[in-house]
Ligand binder design. Structure first.
Ligand code: PEP
Length: 253
């Protein structure tokens, strides 16, 4: 199975800065034996990057979210199908910042996953617990619940369109990283959940990324764990050198 190293730029970079970053990533890219490289720039740039990207680019594009609705009178929204029509093939859904700051409920996440898969986008589905939940030892139960709910409409035949990103909220943008053992423990748990919801073949084939202050100094250890298939990267994806180091760590894992 191929790893994924995906960079979530959030609300950072202007159009030209992002273009330069993608060019620098392409320029420094090692030959990719086992890693798919994805960046998720701000939505207004996606069509431009898709249209102007060189044919030899190894960087795929993702949106950071999409509408829960399909086409219609939803001012300001962009649909999964629109993303697809711009040449975008991936979308992040259920990021904790969307859940916490933009009120994305379980129902919204579940329906966004359905919309995205129906539009033939590959979904990077985020799950993760807060520090309070971890301290109360509720993290396994919460992750099981988040996944079961978000994947409610996704039958086994659609699971090839899903990658899971485990992102403990207490590690996102905080500089605090889950230990490699904590990541492995949760990823193994997620795979077990997929085995019981689907089957062991699907569980084995589904990529599970770690996200939360992942950086070159900790990537070797985290990516080296058997159930970690790469990372969803925030801060360290904003700089070509550190993002390339993460890609190299994935290649070496
Ligand atoms: C993220 O927001 O998905 C993330 C992993 O951020 P950071 O790497 O900055 O913790």
């Amino acid at each position: 199975m191929r790893n994924i190293v995906a960079g979530n730029w959030k609300s950072n970079k202007l159009l030209k800065e992002g273009e330069e970053l993608i060019a620098d990533i392409n320029h420094g890219m090692p030959s990719l034996r086992k890693t798919d490289v994805i960046v998720a720039p701000p939505a207004p740039y996606l069509a431009h990057y898709a249209a102007n990207g060189s044919k030899s680019s190894h960087v795929m594009l993702s949106a950071q979210q999409c509408s829960v609705n399909s086409a219609g009178a939803h001012t300001g929204e962009f649909t999964a199908e629109m993303l697809k029509s711009c040449g975008v093939n991936h979308v992040i859904i259920g990021h904790s910042e969307r859940r916490d700051r933009f009120g994305e409920t379980y129902e919204v996440v579940r329906n966004k996953v359905k919309e995205a898969v129906t539009a033939n986008l590959h979904v990077l589905l985020c799950c993760g617990e807060s520090l309070a939940v971890r301290e109360e030892q509720g993290h396994f139960e919460l992750i099981a619940e988040q996944l079961k709910d978000a994947l409610m409409h996704i039958g086994p035949e659609l699971m090839a369109n899903i990658t899971i990103a485990y992102e403990p909220i207490w590690a996102i943008g905080t500089g605090v990283t889950a230990t490699a053992d904590q990541a492995q423990e949760m990823h193994q748990f997620i795979r077990k959940q997929l085995t019981s919801s689907y089957d062991s073949k699907i569980a084995k084939a589904t990529r599970i990324l770690y996200g939360g202050s992942c950086k070159p100094s900790n990537a070797d250890e985290i990516f080296g764990k058997p159930d970690v298939n790469g990372g969803l990267i925030g801060g360290a994806a904003l700089d070509a050198e550190s993002f390339l180091a993460l890609i190299s760590a994935s290649e070496a894992s």
